[in-house]
Design a binder for this molecule. Sequence first.
Ligand code: MRU
Length: 355
Amino acid sequence: MEYPYPIKIRAVWWDNNRVCWIDTSKLPFEEKIYCTDDPERLAKAIITMEIRGAPAIGVAAALGVAAYALKISSTNREEFVKRVEEAIKTLWNTRPTAHNLFWALTRMRNTLKTSIDEELSPTDIAERLRREALEIMDEDIRANIRMGEYGAELVPDNATILTHCNAGALATAAFGTAEGVMRVAWYKGKKIRVIATETRPVLQGARLTVWELMKEGIPVTLITDNMAGYVIRRGMVDLVIVGADRVTREGYVINKIGTYMIALAAKRNNVPFYVAAPTSTIDLNSSIDDVVIEERDPEEVKKVLGRPITLENADALNYAFDITDPDLVTAIITEKGVVKPPYPENLKRIVGSQG
Ligand code: MRU
């Protein structure tokens, strides 16, 4: 595939009829690559965050369904369909918050359904699923580049951008959403700097965002999560750009835990707060009451890089995401354009009809 910008880092890809990924839970200390056509192994990779970031888990799940379908395409039709449906279910039940996972698996399920209606053979259905999954992956990269181009217009020269978590190449098939905006601004010659929050408890900012931006040559400074309010108040931040796991029809943004506090600080200090999210993250069918915020194992909070930081029997809470109100969001950058308030009307107009 040809893209208008260099694709230097890939989080998930297709190789020899298998889905492959770089294990983001080990970066930047180890660069481990795995490939599989086993849905159980892939589900484990998503749950344990070897693969993470809303678009990346959607793309990986789609590729995983295709890889499994190709592997079992010699079984009889009824058995084949049953097993592909089971694989979709296994992947569906991995992480509950990011919309992209359900969006991608719904596309795969719809492809399966139409192929059944057309009475295709298992081999032909598997081939259709392969094409659909590769299309989902390619669309993700193209959407990120388009978002980058729209978003870069909002970035002044010499700007300092604060970001949270990792909404980069390592959270998508490639290129990134928030980091995609930074990449295009940088490639267009804008002299940007980035402030990255470490992102407790699993340190996506410190481990992934810093690694990826340093590889790109974009100046990046790491801060602890607790510093975000102060650096914003000090006037050190010109704009905030984050990604999203889900955007509801009202314009609520669900993203990595800590995003809400950054949005509050940005609003209070008149710093623009942008969200870069492809339309596959926007769910016009979900309202804020439908959103499930993932609660992860408290052990993640009780440790840093696997080392205990508190008493073994201490009580801890581990919400993985939080909710940012629409009135704190200056604009949502999508691959179809920049959406400004009022979000209910404008998201509907730009995202169009969704299934
Ligand atoms: O728990 P994670 O690492 O999967 O959370 C990731 C985020 O919150 C990202 O900001 C979001 O998925 C957008 S990635 C383009």
